[in-house]
Ligand binder design. Structure first.
Ligand code: ADP
Length: 391
């Protein structure tokens, strides 16, 4: 059942449309992340749910109630922010119980809820400490405790882990995940960190320039991105793109010419300008592909090799270096060498040297074709053709 509904939610500031016609239906108990680049409208969307901002248009429902015009305190939500605003002059216990005391809960109920939250968050021993006696991670746990005791319909979290160091962030990520599984409270989580969103969420809402691009489980966005933006945004190192033309049974792009017969029912017209997308893990050295259906070999040159420990990330360039691989402008992750290049991840001990000529093949099932003009995905996986239509 839909527990939190955003219908055509739009927020305009004087000269900016921060959120543009966003529709999202979230089920009870779901963990949904809003992700996208900085300034795309994630926080504004969250603020319209919390009531900190009023949408210019649209409707927001929580548990079947229209809350669009209600103040935050009447929405049955609890918020956790990046900046952990604990009251410095209050103990942990007083901080956690603050909201309950405001709502005049009796002391027995307050004690029960604090004990439960403290146990879940493993902060039982810290209840009488002051905030300045806590580490960053402990303070964030207290902030989460303050949200938990309110027993809200919806948790709203805005980059709650962003101020923690990398190791603690990964640890707290797991804790939050466990907590959400245990409590089953519908959660909307804002982050710019796609790894965080991918690992924690039931579904992710990917936003760009105020517009919802795709709202689906993380792996669906990864394997079946609806457009070039999602394809480039989800995954690290990210998918690489080669603009080109489909002509009959072949694809010609910058530095890549290959036979690429398509099934006749694939919606790609003859001479269509398409962008071919392929993830680094779907590029293999010739003869070492563990998949059956690959493209013809493509001759390339090793440009840069980056050992990651568990794998090598190999930047490739066309053998004739007058060509340049292209990638979409939104693709923020610039390779170390500064170009836009096809990438291959491979086993960590592969003997590959910069300058070496190699032949690679692409897993046909993992090739994505996008309409170059609109960016819309045309097909995911280029199936091998049936004999009858291969010529
Ligand atoms: P994100 O959380 O994805 O980084 P925001 O939701 O904070 O993005 O901002 C979306 C857009 O709206 C940005 O262009 C931002 O500058 C603009 N914006 C946000 N808040 C305001 C405001 N109070 N007044 C004017 N513009 C704003």
């Amino acid at each position: 059942m839909t527990h939190l509904k955003l219908e055509n939610v739009t927020k305009r500031y004087s000269d900016v449309v921060a959120v543009n016609g966003v529709d999202i239906d979230i089920e009870e108990g779901e963990f949904v992340s809003l992700i996208g680049p900085s300034g795309c409208g994630k926080s504004t969307t969250l603020k319209t749910i919390s009531g900190l901002t009023k949408p210019s248009d649209g409707l927001i429902e929580i548990a079947g109630r229209d809350v669009t015009n209600l103040p935050p305190k009447d929405r049955d939500i609890a918020m956790v922010f990046q900046n952990i605003a604990l009251f410095p002059h209050m103990s942990v216990r007083e901080n956690i119980t603050f909201g309950l005391r405001l709502k005049n809960y009796d002391s027995e109920e307050i004690a029960k809820r604090v004990d439960e939250a403290a146990e879940i968050l493993q902060i039982e021993g810290m209840l009488d400490r002051m905030p300045d006696e806590l580490s960053g991670g402990q303070r964030q746990r207290v902030a989460i405790g303050r949200a938990i005791v309110m027993d809200p319909e919806v948790f709203l979290m805005d980059e709650p882990l962003a101020n923690l160091d990398a190791k603690l962030r990964v640890h707290m990520r797991t804790e939050l995940q466990r907590l959400q599984q245990e409590l089953g409270v519908t959660t909307v989580y804002v982050t710019h960190d796609q790894a965080e969103a991918m690992t924690m969420s039931d579904r992710v809402a990917i936003i760009n320039s105020g517009e919802l691009q795709q709202f689906a489980p993380p792996l669906e966005c990864y394997n079946y991105p609806t457009n070039l933006f999602v394809a480039g945004f989800i995954g690290s190192p990210s998918m690489r793109f080669v603009p080109g033309i489909i002509e009959g049974d072949s694809f010609s792009g910058q530095g890549i010419d290959m036979n690429l017969p398509l099934f006749s029912d694939i919606p790609v017209e003859a001479s269509a300008e398409v962008t071919l997308g392929v993830r680094p893990e779907d590029v293999y050295q010739r003869d070492s592909a563990p998949v059956e259906e690959t493209t013809d070999p493509i001759a390339l040159q090793v440009d840069v090799v980056q050992p990651m420990g568990n794998e090598l990330v190999v930047y490739l360039r066309p053998d004739d270096s007058s060509f340049g691989f292209d990638t979409q402008s939104e693709n923020t992750e610039a390779p170390a060498s500064g170009g836009n290049q096809l990438l291959m991840t491979t086993e960590p001990n592969a003997a590959l040297e910069p300058g070496q000529s190699i032949e690679v093949v692409l897993d046909r099932q993992k090739i994505h074709l996008f309409d170059s003009e609109t960016g819309t995905a045309l097909v995911h996986g280029v199936e091998p053709p049936a004999e009858s239509i291969s010529k």
